[in-house]
Design a protein around this ligand. Structure first.
Ligand code: MTE
Ligand code: MO
Length: 300
């Protein structure tokens, strides 16, 4: 697809946010050239004003470390993220444990500036670094019978103080339909602002599906299973009336307890005005075709 764009920020260890800003200005200039060539998705993404490192890394949902927004930044440092490996199994040609460094040696890290919309109706814009999930699944060889992809977060009670509370049925699990997983917008993130992704944001490897509510973007992944049946997902198991399998961002479908028509952008301060929520979080051009003919109220 034309909106697949390669990163100019190839070094994931850049540590200076100001360097990043300079690069971003360069990229914006490059993107407007691309826009004239008709690559609209890249240009629109580049026009987004990103949230600060502070916003992105201090207000988190990662219930394995506690349920308050400040808990993950306080407690997630105890999670040991190296060495790390991901078990890829189910309907694949080459099942097994894939060491993260081996995966990374075969991937090109790109930057993707995406809107991020939590089901709780707050939002932010994040400059992720990562690679397309489809490229990682290719390593294992997806078999023709596969229809869904199931994901699992690491479960280590000694390193995760929140899992002694039965808020959710641990480990945290999520899932996508195979075509959603293979869409070029779906990435595995390894960094933010060119730095390694902090533990509270899902180190060392987390999913990012920008057109779905944030809870689909599962953190600290240790297992990926290709299946032919729709996998169970944590929030759906916990309350299926409120959280569907699809959970596509949709301003027209209210949560049973609140409207999804607007959202509160993070970083705007106490009196910042809410902004309208966009259909599929603004990624309609890229992903609306996945849901053609589906009733999005029924498949919420
Ligand atoms: N394993 C795990 N993944 C998770 C969560 C969680 O509690 N545990 N929270 C989800 C929710 S509700 C959101 S909004 C995002 C938040 O990601 P962020 O903290 O990087 O903004 O992570 C998602 N992934
Ligand atoms: Mo969320």
């Amino acid at each position: 697809m034309a909106y697949r764009w390669k990163n100019t920020l190839s070094d994931r260890h850049v540590t200076d946010e100001s360097i990043y800003m300079n690069r971003r200005q360069l990229m914006t200039a490059a993107a407007s050239g691309l826009a004239m060539a008709g690559i609209a998705g890249a240009a629109r993404a580049e026009a987004l004003e990103t949230n600060s490192w502070e916003d992105i890394t201090s207000y988190n949902n990662y219930y394995e470390f506690g349920t308050s927004k400040s808990d993950p930044a306080k407690y997630a440092h105890t999670l040991v993220t190296s060495p790390w490996s991901v078990q890829i199994d189910g309907l694949v040609d080459r099942p097994g444990a894939y060491a993260l460094e081996d995966i990374l040696s075969k991937m090109t890290i790109e930057e993707r500036i995406y809107r991020f919309r939590c089901v709780e109706a707050w939002s932010m814009v994040v400059p992720w670094n990562g690679f397309e999930l489809s490229d990682m699944l290719e390593l294992a060889g997806v078999q023709s019978g596969a229809k869904y992809v199931a994901f699992e977060t690491v479960l280590r009670p000694d390193e995760m103080p929140g899992v002694r509370y039965p808020v959710l049925d641990w480990p945290y699990v999520e899932g996508l339909r195979l075509d959603e997983a293979m869409n070029p917008l779906t990435i595995m993130a390894t960094g933010i602002y060119g730095k390694d992704i902090p533990n509270q944001n899902g180190a060392p490897l987390r999913l990012v599906v920008p057109w779905k509510y944030g809870f689909k973007s599962i953190k600290s992944i240790v297992r990926i299973t290709l299946t032919d049946t729709q996998p169970p997902t944590s929030w759906n198991k916990s309350n299926g009336r409120e959280y569907g399998f699809y959970s596509n961002v949709n301003p027209e479908v209210s949560h049973p307890r609140w409207s999804q028509a607007t959202e509160r952008p993070l970083g705007g301060g106490l009196f910042a005005s809410r902004q309208p929520t966009l259909m599929l979080n603004g990624y309609q051009d890229e992903v609306a075709s996945l849901y053609e003919g589906m009733d999005l109220r029924e498949h919420f």
